[in-house]
Design a protein around this ligand. Structure first.
Ligand code: ZN
Length: 298
C-alpha cells in the first residue's frame, strides 16, 4: 500500500507534492544508519535495524577504535562503509561491550586485523556460545585478544578511551567506554533509549549504581546500545525507570507477594512511552520478574 501511494505521488504532472515531503517519504522507505559527530574524532553510529546494536568509533591520528560491530556480516559491512565515509585509517581496536551477538557479530568484517578487547567474563561467555552454536554462526565470533578485569585505557593518539567494568548489570561482564576529551560514553545495553531493557544474568541493583556512576561524569553525548543518540536527560530517565521498578518490586517482595502478584502489581504508567518487547522477555512485567528472581537469590 505504501509503495502504491508513493507511486501515485511520484506520478509525473502532479506538482502538488512539495519536495521536502517527498524527501521525508523516501527517508522512511529507505532508512539508512546515521553517523553523528559527537566530539573531536568521535562518532556515534545509530543503527537502522533495531535488532542490531549501535556503534561508536574514535578516529585518532594513526588508527580507529570501534565499540561494538553489529549483528552479522551484513550489519558489519554497513558499519564499515559508514566508518570509511569518515576515515580510511586502519581499524586498530574493537571493544565488545558484551557477548550478545548483535554487539559482536560484525567483528570479522569490521576489523579482521584489529585487536579485540572485552572483559575476561565476556570472552569466557563468548567461548561457551561458540561451542554451542552451529559452525556458520560460530564463525561470526572473533573472541577478544586482550581482556581485563576492572579497567583498561586505550591511548589512541591524541585521544584516550577508558574501558571499564562497572560490575554486574545487563550481563555479568559488560564493559562501558568513556571518552574524557569528548565528554561522551558508549553504554552498550546498560542503556536503551526510551525502552525497557532485556535483562540477562546480571544485577539490576548494581545496574542502577553503574548508571549513577556514569551520570556523575562530565557527559554531553550518551550512545545507547539501541535506538537514538541521547544526552544525560534520557540516561537519567532510564535510570529512574530501573530505580522505580526496583523499589516497587522490592517493597512487594518484602511483603511476601508472589511472582504473579508482583508482575501485576507494579505501576509504571510514568513510562508509558517506553518500548516493550515481549519477544525478548523485555516488558515492564518481565523486568519485574528478573528483579524478583535476583532478590530471591540474595
Ligand atoms: Zn545485550
Amino acid at each position: 500500500m505504501r509503495a502504491r501511494r508513493l507511486r501515485s505521488m511520484l506520478r509525473i504532472g502532479q506538482p502538488w507534492m512539495p519536495v521536502p515531503v517527498l524527501i521525508l517519504i523516501c527517508a522512511q522507505l529507505w532508512a539508512v544508519p546515521q553517523v553523528k559527530p559527537i566530539g573531536p574524532g568521535l562518532y556515534a553510529y545509530i543503527s537502522d535495524n533495531d535488532s542490531s546494536a549501535n556503534s561508536t568509533f574514535l578516529v585518532g591520528n594513526k588508527g580507529i577504535l570501534v565499540v561494538d560491530t553489529g549483528f552479522d556480516s551484513a550489519e558489519g559491512t554497513k558499519l564499515l562503509r559508514a566508518i570509511r565515509g569518515v576515515s580510511s585509517l586502519p581499524i586498530e581496536f574493537i571493544v565488545n561491550t558484551h557477548y550478545h551477538r548483535d554487539h559482536q557479530g560484525g567483528n570479522t568484517v569490521v576489523g579482521p586485523a584489529a585487536v579485540v578487547i572485552s572483559t575476561d567474563w565476556t570472552r569466557q561467555r563468548t567461548l561457551q556460545v561458540i561451542q554451542s552454536s552451529p559452525a556458520q554462526e560460530a564463525s561470526l565470533y572473533e573472541t577478544a585478544e586482550v581482556t581485563f578485569a576492572d579497567k583498561l585505557t586505550v591511548h589512541l593518539d591524541p585521544y584516550t578511551a577508558e574501558v571499564y567494568f562497572p560490575g554486574k548489570a545487563h550481563t555479568s561482564g559488560d564493559a562501558l567506554v568513556y571518552f574524557p576529551s569528548q565528554r561522551a560514553i558508549a553504554m552498550g545495553d546498560l542503556f536503551l533509549n526510551t525502552s525497557s531493557p532485556a535483562m540477562d544474568a546480571g544485577s539490576a541493583e548494581n545496574w542502577i549504581h553503574a548508571l549513577d556512576e556514569a551520570l556523575a561524569r562530565p557527559l554531553d553525548a550518551v550512545v545507547p546500545g539501541h535506538f537514538d543518540l541521547a544526552t544525560k536527560k534520557e540516561l537519567q530517565r532510564f535510570r529512574d525507570y530501573l530505580n522505580d521498578l526496583f523499589a516497587q518490586v522490592e517493597a512487594l517482595f518484602e511483603k511476601g507477594a508472589t511472582l504473579e502478584e508482583i508482575r501485576r502489581g507494579i505501576h509504571m504508567e510514568k513510562y508509558n512511552d517506553f518500548r516493550q518487547y515481549p519477544q525478548y522477555h523485555a516488558t515492564f512485567a518481565d523486568n519485574a520478574e528478573t528483579i524478583y528472581q535476583q532478590l530471591q537469590q540474595h
